[in-house]
Design a protein around this ligand. Structure first.
Ligand SMILES: Cc1ncc(COP(=O)(O)O)c(C=O)c1O
Length: 486
């Protein structure tokens, strides 16, 4: 490798984070080029005098985030499909294929590509994906046809169509127990735009934002991109450990209904502690309620927003799980002055949400078709959830995963592997069998622990059984080879 890497003996706990950053930066600024081969984990560990499992974990995370590619036995390489423009070694002129530019992004983000999808994809266990086979196509088509039956009205409200915001207010209050009025709602391009808008309106570069660790990587990336200082906070069986949040935090991003990725539901006591912390410190809470509609086992706890007496909780919802992420539609519930500031900011970015999609969604909600769709899909996803729980319980009792899978909701479950296990290696074995699966690496801001994410949104019960059979085999084989190597 043509890049020198350093470890800081004074910060042994940060070794993996430092190595991860150095390799990612070297890729981002072109010192490592697509196709470059990295040393084996054994070579690099010995060169830097760190443990091999540290290097394996760093490589695993880089693989999971798409910076590296590799196959068992072939070596590890810088990915060829990175989307970030890179400067050439020769000088400051960048070149991508036949294009070249003298410009360098001032705020460069190395956009990770997700691990490659097997070309012979049989079963899709990637997270965050509802089943396109369950999309309510007939109802949606009717709603869209109705929406295109009127001429597009021209410029509209940057906060979203008034009729949609009214419908959303009724729907979220009824289905999620919020207390929201139409004036407090801003329609966004998914949850991701809501995160971006919240930061623009309420925070400035250098502000500290506490996030769950492990936690949702796309939110973390958005915060980092805006120059916020991210403070990763551990998550236990009750959710984010409020006592570990630094007093300087200006904001706290949480997924209380269904922690991403662990699946933990934040306890009522923790919710109260979180509100008390935010009240005391004047901080804002960003409540990301991304998949609350799919509660399989128990009743949901009331949202943190409902406990809020001082207007400091911003609630984010999305239709990416209930309908489809390709619709790019979500919403933010915020106190009116904040909603107005968000609306003014959105107007500067993309003027307003597209009319057609808002209009179709309004009909879907108001006609009751969305509720019907949710009842139907909840039944199906709950059946899949049972398969995942049942099969992961067997993996746990046979010692192949470390902790029982805790999840009562949503469309994914996390499987924790023993430290030292190579989750990426197992994921690769599954990919070679046509099963797309993520490791948990991308969810960790630091100190990654090995794990796999089983998304059951896009795989039905039969496919899940097949995938678990393969997973079981991969874990057994892994065990045998480590026993043989010991
Ligand atoms: C924790 C979390 N929040 C939000 C989202 C939804 O994002 P969006 O609405 O931008 O598609 C996801 C999707 O995977 C998620 O996992």
């Amino acid at each position: 490798m043509s890049v020198d890497l350093f470890v800081d003996p004074a910060q042994p706990k940060r070794t993996s984070a430092l190595l991860f950053d150095q390799i990612r930066t070297a890729i981002g600024d072109g010192r490592l080029l697509p196709g470059d081969r990295l040393p084996t984990s054994r070579e690099l560990a010995s060169e830097l005098a760190v443990s091999r499992s540290t290097v394996t974990a760093v490589y695993g995370r880089l693989l999971a985030e798409g910076f590296l590619t590799g196959r068992q036995g072939d070596g590890t390489f810088v990915a060829r499909e990175l989307e970030t423009p890179r400067r050439s070694h020769a000088g400051s002129t960048g070149s991508i294929g036949e294009y070249s530019t003298a410009l360098t992004p001032r705020r460069s983000i190395a956009v990770p590509t997700r691990p490659s999808v097997p070309t012979d994809l049989r079963i899709d266990l990637r997270t965050g994906r509802p089943d396109p086979r369950l999309f309510p196509l007939r109802d949606w088509r009717r709603c869209v046809v109705e929406a295109v039956g009127v001429s597009p009205p021209g410029y509209g409200d940057a906060a979203g169509l008034a009729a949609l915001r009214r419908a959303l207010a009724v729907w979220v209050n009824r289905s999620r127990g919020l207390t929201a009025s139409a004036d407090e709602i801003v329609v966004t391009a998914g949850a991701q735009q809501a995160f971006d808008l919240i930061v623009r309106v309420l925070l400035v570069p250098g502000d500290v934002i506490a996030i769950e660790n492990p936690g949702y990587d796309m939110a973390r990336r958005a915060f980092t991109h805006h120059g916020l200082r991210v403070a990763p906070i551990p998550v236990d069986r009750e959710g984010i450990v409020v006592d570990a949040i630094p007093p300087t935090a200006r904001a706290i991003y949480v997924t209380p209904s269904h922690q991403s990725p662990t699946g933990v539901t934040m306890s009522a006591a923790r919710r109260r502690a979180l509100i008390a912390f935010a009240d005391q410190r004047g901080a804002v809470i960003i409540e990301d309620d991304y998949d609350t509609e799919f509660r399989h086992v128990d009743r949901p706890l009331e949202p943190v927003q409902r406990l809020d007496r001082s207007g400091r909780v911003l609630y984010v919802g999305t239709f990416s799980k209930t309908l489809s992420p390709s619709l790019r539609i979500g919403f933010l519930v915020a106190p009116v002055p904040i909603a107005n500031a968000v609306k003014a900011t959105r107007a500067l970015i993309d003027t307003q949400p597209p009319h057609l999609i808002q209009s179709a969604l309004t009909t879907l909600i108001v006609s009751g078709q969305l509720d019907r769709h949710l009842r139907r899909t909840r039944r199906e996803y709950s059946a899949r959830h049972s398969v995942v729980l049942e099969r992961s319980a067997v993996l746990f009792s046979s010692g192949r995963i470390l902790v029982p899978t805790r999840t009562n909701a949503g469309l994914h479950a996390m499987l924790s592997l023993a430290r030292g296990h190579d989750a990426e290696d197992i994921a690769q074995r599954l990919r070679a069998r046509g099963i797309a699966i993520d490791t948990t690496a991308a969810w960790w801001a630091e100190d990654p622990a090995p794990g796999l994410m089983v998304g059951f949104g896009a795989a039905n019960s039969e496919e899940l059984h097949q995938a678990f059979d393969e997973l079981d085999r991969a874990l057994r084989r892994r065990r045998r080879s480590s026993a043989a190597g010991a």
